[in-house]
Design a protein around this ligand. Structure first.
Ligand SMILES: NC(=O)c1ccc[n+]([C@@H]2O[C@H](COP(=O)([O-])OP(=O)(O)OC[C@H]3O[C@@H](n4cnc5c(N)ncnc54)[C@H](O)[C@@H]3O)[C@@H](O)[C@H]2O)c1
Length: 259
C-alpha cells in the first residue's frame, strides 16, 4: 500500500488544537484526520507560532517542523499538503504548492478572500491536474447524507424552498481585503455548500448586505435569495447581530419538511 507523505501548514485550531477539546467528536482536525488514515503519514508541520509548532510536533510525533512553508515544500517531497491557515493566505500557499509539485492539496474554506484569487487557484491546479479539495466537510456528515437520501427517495415530495442561516453577533471592524467577509462568507460557506447539495445548480442569485462601517469593512449581515435551476427557491442569512450562534437548514418539500 502506498503511504502518502502529508505536510500540514497551520497548526492552529482546525489544523490540530481542537483535537484537545473534550467536547468534540474525534477526529475533528486535519492532523487528527490524517493520523487515522492507514495510507497517510504526517511527515512535517509548519507554523509561524513556534510554541504551537512544538505542541503539534509533540502531539503527532512529527520531527520535521518548519516556520517557512516554502522551505517545508522544498525539503519534504510531499504528496499532500494541507493548508489550515488564515483565509488570505490560502491563495499564495496553494499557488506555491502547485509550483513545488505536490500531488494533492487539501485547503480550508473559504477558498480565498476574492473570486479572482479563487479562480486563479482552481485554474493552476487544473492545469497541473492537481486535485484541490476545499474543506466543506459538512456535506459528508452522516446527518446531511441521510437528509440527501430522504430527499432523493421522494419522501418529502418536490423541494419548494430551502431556508438557511448562520447567525452570530456583530463582527469587529475588520478590513475586507484581509478577512473577505462576515458570517455568510465564513461559517456561511458551509451553508451555501449544503444548499448546492440539496438544491442542485443555481440559476440566479440576488442579495443585500448591511455594512455599518462602510464598504472597506466586512458586513454585519448578508442576505441572499437563490433560484435553483429545478425551480426551488433558497433564502439565506449570515450574521444578523444575534447574541447566539445558530446554523440551521429548513428544507420544505411539497409533502413534508426536514429541519
Ligand atoms: N472547515 C471548518 O469547519 C473550519 C473550522 C474552523 C476554521 N476553519 C478555517 O480554517 C482556517 C484557519 O482557522 P483556525 O480557526 O484554525 O485559525 P487559527 O488562528 O487557530 O490557526 C491558523 C494557524 O495558521 C498559522 N499561520 C499563520 N500564518 C502562517 C504562515 N505564513 N505559515 C504557517 N502558519 C501560519 C497561525 O500561526 C495559526 O496557528 C480559516 O480559513 C478558517 O475559516 C474551517
Amino acid at each position: 500500500m502506498k503511504i502518502y507523505r502529508v505536510g500540514i501548514i497551520g497548526c492552529g485550531r482546525i489544523g490540530s488544537l481542537l483535537e484537545e477539546d473534550p467536547l468534540r467528536g474525534k477526529p475533528c482536525t486535519h492532523a487528527g484526520g490524517f493520523n487515522t488514515l492507514p495510507n497517510a503519514r504526517i511527515v512535517a508541520g509548519c507554523d509561524i507560532d513556534l510554541p504551537r509548532l512544538k505542541r503539534f510536533g509533540k502531539q503527532w510525533n512529527v520531527g520535521n517542523l518548519y516556520s517557512d512553508y516554502r522551505e517545508m515544500l522544498h525539503e519534504e517531497g510531499l504528496d499532500i499538503v494541507c493548508i489550515a491557515t488564515w483565509t488570505h493566505l490560502h491563495s499564495p500557499m496553494v499557488l506555491y504548492s502547485v509550483k513545488a509539485g505536490v500531488k494533492g492539496i487539501f485547503c480550508e474554506k473559504p477558498i480565498a478572500t476574492n473570486m479572482k484569487n479563487a479562480r486563479e487557484m482552481v485554474r493552476n491546479c487544473e492545469r497541473k491536474k492537481i486535485p484541490l479539495v476545499i474543506n466543506h466537510e459538512r456535506r459528508w456528515d452522516s446527518y446531511y447524507r441521510k437528509a440527501a437520501d430522504i430527499i432523493r427517495s421522494g419522501k418529502i415530495g418536490e423541494i419548494r424552498t430551502i431556508i438557511g442561516n448562520a447567525l452570530s453577533w456583530k463582527p469587529e471592524k475588520l478590513p475586507v481585503n484581509r478577512y473577505g467577509g462576515g458570517a455568510l462568507f465564513h461559517d456561511g460557506t458551509h451553508l451555501t455548500d449544503l444548499l448546492l447539495l440539496f438544491g442542485g445548480p443555481v440559476d440566479w442569485v440576488s442579495g443585500h448586505e448591511n455594512r455599518p462601517h462602510g464598504r472597506k469593512f466586512i458586513e454585519e449581515t448578508a442576505y441572499a435569495m437563490l433560484g435553483f435551476k429545478n425551480g426551488t427557491c433558497g433564502f439565506i442569512e449570515g450574521g444578523g447581530a444575534r447574541k447566539y450562534f445558530n446554523f440551521e437548514l429548513d428544507i420544505q418539500g411539497s409533502e413534508g419538511r426536514l429541519l
